[in-house]
Ligand binder design. Sequence first.
Ligand code: DON
Length: 319
Amino acid sequence: AFIINQGYSQIILNKQNIENTLNEAFDKFKDLKEGNNADYIKELANVDPNIFGIALVTAEGAVYTKGDITSMVSIQSISKVFTMAKVIEQEGPQFLEDKIGVNATGLPFNSIVAVEMHKGDKINPLVNPGAIATTSLVRGNDSIAKWKEIEKIQSAFAGRQLSINRPVYISEAGDNLRNQAIAHLLLAYNRIYFDPVQTTDIYTKQCALNVNVKDLATMAATLANGGVNPVTKNKVVSQTTVMYTLPVMATAGLYDNSGIWLFNSGLPAKSGVGGGILAVCPGKFGIAVISPPLDKTGNSLKAQKVIQYVVEKLKANPY
Ligand code: DON
């Protein structure tokens, strides 16, 4: 018979190999100085650009780390994955496809044109307009109840109670006119499902949740493990929800650079302008890196390089 000798068939996930690979990746990229912190949210410009941590959590719950694992950054857009997963879990995948859309926009994450082009149809849950609309769909009678649900799901994925980075929240809340405009434009097209001002505020809080690199890797590992957090062993979402979450990450997780990312890594991933990126190797592991300096599309430069290096070394590209 024809032997398929590709993808997972060669993955080597023993302790020694993982530890060596993380050490090598750290040393190889630690001195890379390119990129800049996001500064359109003023507080993000003040974050130490030298924070650099790597974490890998296996689907069995083994945790490997290298570098800075204590510093916290705001989760930003990475939160969009887990709020989307909550909506899929509650309402099913068809609902998400109908009420939001799941095609990549191919445009920058804060694009207003992306909304206008299809009159609010065909937005995407992992970039701002679709993410704001997704936040509006989380169940709850008022904004406090909706926020509680979001805080709960994000924390369940991380395996600990997450809390808000107040300076980042206040900074962005005072300055998020563009997101408010997006929310109102969505309202004009009947494509936001709760009060636009309150929804934008909940969304801004969600983006300001503080995480360290181990939190992010655990969130990714929960997706790698079919929705069960491999560290706490709690079932966070169903396997079906994971099945519909990962493809959206694969096609739109790194904004308008998602195609290049998938081409080079083969893994569904999500980035945030706080400097984190997480990626999911289904059935195997979740990996995350925090390093605040970003490339022009808003993705952490070092995080992309480290994850691609690790994927190649561990032979973790499923394709
Ligand atoms: O709404 C914003 O611009 C930020 N709170 C999040 C942006 C981000 O990380 C990239 N978005 N996909």
